[in-house]
Design a protein around this ligand. Structure first.
Ligand code: HEM
Ligand code: NAG
Length: 467
């Protein structure tokens, strides 16, 4: 080999190497999505929280389109609001986007709660949860849920109540029933007391020093775990195969530790209670504000009550399938109120996404509320009009329960407990919003944000028996 050949070889291999390198790094040359990151560290947090967050998102979408970057609470993130992009993040490329929560939430709910996870552990626990909450299972607790609804409404008669707070009690009781069946009555008050302390720490700084909120929550968490361990050991002794969630977790083959069971039960109460309670609160408000809708719902429910000879506690699963008008009211409420305005994911690697780069570690936020309020998908989006759901919405334009691997396994139970509640509320009671409390120093549009959108002051109402 002469020196020219060597030179040529060297030269071509250098050329080849550099070509290869630029090919391999081609990905990194993709641009970031459009948008602004704002000030260092604080980013655009102030802009977001100084106004109605929907106005913030909507103005960004107008300026930059359906994919844009921003910077809130110390995180760089990409917000997405087209059905196609949301489908990719939640469904078709879900493995590239893992769920992500603030540290305080993870520690208070318990690190082993399945919705913090991806992969095998998530899939296994999710299967157990779905088994307990699928129609075949919850069919059996219709009359138990009905008793809880009837008792709740009775306790409101003639009172000025905070709708949201009362709905929280209802949805807590239903959640406890679906988890523990009849077993839990003994422990109900203890579980509630601990849970109320625990939840105060959800959004606190995760500093575990005596005196801090976080510390109190962690202590309540330990006590909750102890109560749950007691319930587990009692069940093991009696060895009954119960059809509730605890029974599903305790199946012989599952081999879950007590800690895993506790983390997942606390996590489930968290996912089930306030979500459903805030949807119920919005329904009460929309029914009060739309007399013709209330009329139609009441007529539908009265027809069912007549068929049941006006008796309490006789609703069946089949009855709840004969409530199309009421079901559309629930759907429209889920759309307009969009109580979960968005959710969080995190890119597990550098991801090429619709011609842009989403760098590893960046958060990705599907903006459900923007999709639900876009005139592209729902005409006159601000109008409350349940009849729009006479036609099924297009795929991935209506995602109150999310979609894909992490979509809501409790959605059937949520709809069931809402239907049962509305049945009794509309057939037996009338209610008025309490304008006196309602109008005191509130935000202009009467909506409170964080964690869920809620009517101002939890919607004080006065309820009275009809006739
Ligand atoms: C109307 C009330 C409810 C609404 C609007 C709602 C909404 C949602 C949404 C949007 C998600 C997906 C979040 C994401 O992808 O990041 C979700 C997940 C979840 N929901 Fe619900 N939910 C409701 C009631 C319930 C109930 C009653 C339960 C329990 C029985 C429940 C248990 C869960 C769980 C465990 C997850 C996590 C699933 C996973 O990561 O695989 N939810 N919910
Ligand atoms: C979830 O995504 C799948 C796949 O794109 C789609 O077929 C389905 O309709 C979506 N679900 C909803 C509720 O839009």
């Amino acid at each position: 080999m002469d020196s020219t050949t060597i030179f040529c070889l060297l030269f071509s291999s250098v050329l080849f190497l550099s070509l290869f390198k630029s090919l391999a790094s081609g990905r990194r040359k993709l641009p970031l999505p459009p948008g602004s990151l704002g000030w260092p560290y604080i980013g655009e947090t102030f802009e977001l929280y100084s106004q109605n967050p929907n106005v913030f998102f909507a103005s960004k979408v107008r300026k930059f389109g359906s994919i844009f970057k921003t910077h809130i609470l110390g995180c760089r993130c990409v917000m997405i609001s087209s059905p196609e992009a949301v489908k990719q993040v939640l469904v078709t490329r879900a493995h590239l986007f893992k769920p992500t929560f603030p540290a305080s939430k993870e520690r208070i709910l318990g690190k082993q709660a399945f919705f913090f996870h991806q992969g095998e552990y998530h899939a296994k626990l999710r299967r157990l949860v779905l088994r307990a909450f699928m129609p075949e299972s919850i069919k059996n607790i219709v009359s138990d849920i009905e008793s809880v609804a009837v008792e709740s409404l009775k306790s409101w008669e003639g009172q000025l109540i905070n709708t949201f707070q009362e709905m929280q009690k209802y949805t807590f009781n239903v959640a406890l029933f679906s988890i523990f069946g009849k077993d839990e009555v003994l422990h109900r008050e203890d579980l509630k007391r601990c849970y109320y302390i625990l939840e105060k720490g959800y959004n606190s700084m995760p500093i575990n020093l005596p005196g801090t909120r976080f510390h109190k929550s962690m202590k309540a968490r330990k006590e909750l775990a102890r109560i749950l361990a007691d319930i587990l050991s009692i069940r093991r002794q009696t060895k009954h195969n119960q059809p509730d969630l605890l029974g599903s977790f305790m199946g012989d083959k599952e081999g879950l530790t007590d800690e895993q069971v506790a983390d997942n039960i606390i996590g489930l109460i968290f996912a089930a209670r306030d979500t459903t309670a805030s949807v119920l609160t919005w329904i009460v408000k929309y029914l009060a504000e739309n007399p013709s809708v209330l009329q139609a719902v009441t007529e539908e429910q009265e027809a069912i009550r007549r068929d049941n000879c006006g008796e309490d506690k006789v609703l069946t699963w089949a009855d709840t399938k004969k409530m199309p008008v009421t079901s559309r009211v629930i759907q429209e409420t889920l759309r307009v109120a969009s109580i979960l305005s968005f959710t969080f994911r995190e890119a597990v690697e550098d991801v090429e996404f619709e011609g842009y780069l989403i760098p590893k570690g960046w958060k990705v936020l599907p903006l459900f509320r923007n999709i639900h309020h876009s005139p592209d998908h729902f005409s006159w989006p601000e109008k409350f009009d349940p009849s729009r759901f006479e036609v099924a919405p297009k795929p991935n334009t209506f995602l109150p329960f999310g979609n894909g691997t992490h979509s809501c396994p409790g959605n059937e139970l949520a709809k069931l407990e809402i239907l049962i509640f509305i049945h009794h509320m509309t057939t037996k009671y009338r209610w008025v919003k309490s304008h006196y409390r309602w109008s005191v120093v509130g935000p202009q549009n009467g909506i409170q944000y964080g964690p869920f959108a809620l009517p101002h002051n939890g919607l004080p109402i006065r309820l009275s028996l009809k006739r």
